[in-house]
Design a protein around this ligand. Structure first.
Ligand SMILES: [Zn+2]
Length: 155
């Protein structure tokens, strides 16, 4: 069985909030998803030393090359993450299709992924809506002090 995640990240990949703002944003998100009768879901925040790939897991089914337009097997990305950890966001990589060296974020993904040094993640969100709506994203941004994007992932 796969787990669903909502991963909230600053739109600027280098930006990090203060610990205080991170805690406030995380508390707000927790309250959005909290169900008193059931606490399976987990909300946590994480700071990364380096720009980190915020991947979408199984939601990504297609990657194509920014250089040659060729298809890249999704398994290639999974292997890359497995070998290097997720702190590969700022790395230039050698792609299998044409062998050119390109930035990981220049490749085209069929499902939004992100790059960030901070995230708030929600595991197995259980409520009517999976995603945060625009108003909720604005509220998170206000608490965090920076606009945010959400990456929806399955593992
Ligand atoms: Zn290529």
């Amino acid at each position: 069985m796969s787990d669903g995640y909502v991963r909230l990240i600053p739109t600027d990949r280098e930006w990090q909030p203060t610990l205080e703002h991170a805690a406030a944003a995380t508390a707000y998100v927790t309250q959005l998803f909290s169900r008193p009768e059931d606490d399976v879901e987990e909300v946590e925040h994480e700071f990364y030393d380096q720009v980190t790939l915020i991947d979408a897991g199984e939601n990504t089914t297609r990657i194509s090359c920014s250089n040659c337009d060729g298809d890249i097997d999704v398994q290639w990305l999974n292997d890359l993450v497995e070998e290097n950890g997720e702190s590969i966001g700022s790395l230039d990589v050698s792609v299998p299709c044409c062998g050119s060296v390109v930035a990981l974020d220049s490749l085209r993904y069929d499902w939004p992924i992100g790059f960030a040094r901070f995230e708030v993640s929600v595991m197995n969100p259980v409520r009517a809506k999976y995603e945060l709506d625009a108003q909720e994203l604005d509220a998170v941004a206000a608490l965090l002090g920076h606009p945010v994007a959400q990456i929806l992932a399955h593992y």
